[in-house]
Design a protein around this ligand. Structure first.
Ligand code: HEC
Ligand code: HEC
Length: 252
């Protein structure tokens, strides 16, 4: 063997061993590497750790609304969906997730949730987008007196007289229920129902006519008027006393 060959053999041995080292048992593979939670960009992981507890694994059968619902995802625009996740829903148990609002998720993670929820759950094969009243109440301000008669034509058949429960559906004017849900949540239910809860479209058509945007707002106003006390988010903010007042109180 020439010196040149000898050096070559040594080199092969050294490199061979070095590359073999990376396969020592116990050495973590790429996939096992620890990743800071703010770096995670995997839908299943982000959804599973932050949302599944309330909205159900895979967006179904949770206590809160099923998000795996094409009709709902057809109703809510990406901008509104992102806003609900970022800011949460004040005075309900829906938390704010954006770091700016005290949450743990980055903007990139929230964008990923919005985009993936829409593409995975928003458009299953064969789903025909339908036209619905707007997600948020815009111009059509509700009137609770009109809402009472709209209720009688569209809802009393299932929810009974005055909403106190009927043969096929429970009360929707129970104070404990109304204290926990926002007007938006009531509105969403009236427009798309609650998938996997009863799989009814509470918009239930009367004589084949779906409710108009105005009728949806009126019914929500009628329901909201039956809350024992307005939700904290609806009450006027308490104003801190001026600093002079505080100094006087302290001096006493
Ligand atoms: C602690 C329970 C809880 C967790 C965790 C939670 N939610 Fe919610 N979420 C709720 C509740 C309760 C509501 C209804 C609030 C209301 O009354 O408007 C809600 C409402 C929503 C709505 C609006 C539905 C509507 O009626 O228009 C969306 C969208 C939503 N959540 C998405 C998410 C996503 C995405 C996550 C995870 C990043 C998440 N939520 C985590 C409890 C939760
Ligand atoms: C065909 C029957 C039917 C009609 C019509 C109907 N609902 Fe419902 N609704 C149900 C059922 C069933 C549930 C599931 C829970 C229950 O048993 O109360 C439900 C649940 C609800 C809930 C509670 C959702 C929650 O978060 O738990 C609200 C609010 C509601 N309906 C409002 C309405 C309104 C307002 C109307 C009229 C526009 C209406 N529903 C029409 C059957 C109906």
């Amino acid at each position: 063997m020439t010196t040149k060959h000898f050096v070559l053999v040594i080199l092969i041995l050294v490199f061979g061993l070095a590359s073999g080292c990376s396969r020592f048992p116990g050495k973590p593979s790429e996939a096992d590497k620890w990743i800071a939670s703010s770096e995670v960009l995997n839908f299943d992981q982000i959804y599973g750790q932050n949302c599944a507890g309330c909205h159900g694994a895979a967006g179904r059968f949770g206590a809160a609304r099923s998000l795996n619902d094409a009709l709902f995802l057809n109703l809510i625009a990406p901008g509104d969906l992102g806003q609900v996740i970022r800011e949460g829903v004040p005075s309900t148990s829906m938390p704010a997730f954006a770091q700016k609002f005290g949450g743990q998720l980055t903007d990139a993670q929230i964008d990923l949730l919005v985009e993936q929820m829409k593409s995975r759950w928003g458009n299953p094969e064969g789903f025909n987008p339908v036209s619905l009243p707007p997600y948020r109440q815009r111009d059509a301000i509700g009137d609770s007196r009109r809402g009472s008669s709209v209720y009688n034509s569209y809802c009393s058949e299932c929810h009974g007289t005055d909403g106190r429960g009927g043969k096929t559906a429970g009360s929707i004017v129970d104070p404990d229920f109304l204290k926990l849900v926002s007007d938006q949540s009531l509105r969403t239910t009236v427009i798309v129902g609650r998938r996997y809860v009863a799989d009814v479209d509470c918009r239930a058509t009367t004589n084949g006519q779906p409710m108009s945007a105005q009728e949806v707002s009126d019914i929500v106003a009628w329901l909201a008027a039956q809350r024992p006390t307005p939700l904290a988010s609806d009450r006027p903010q308490t104003i801190n006393p001026p600093s002079a007042e505080i100094k006087k109180t302290l001096a006493r």
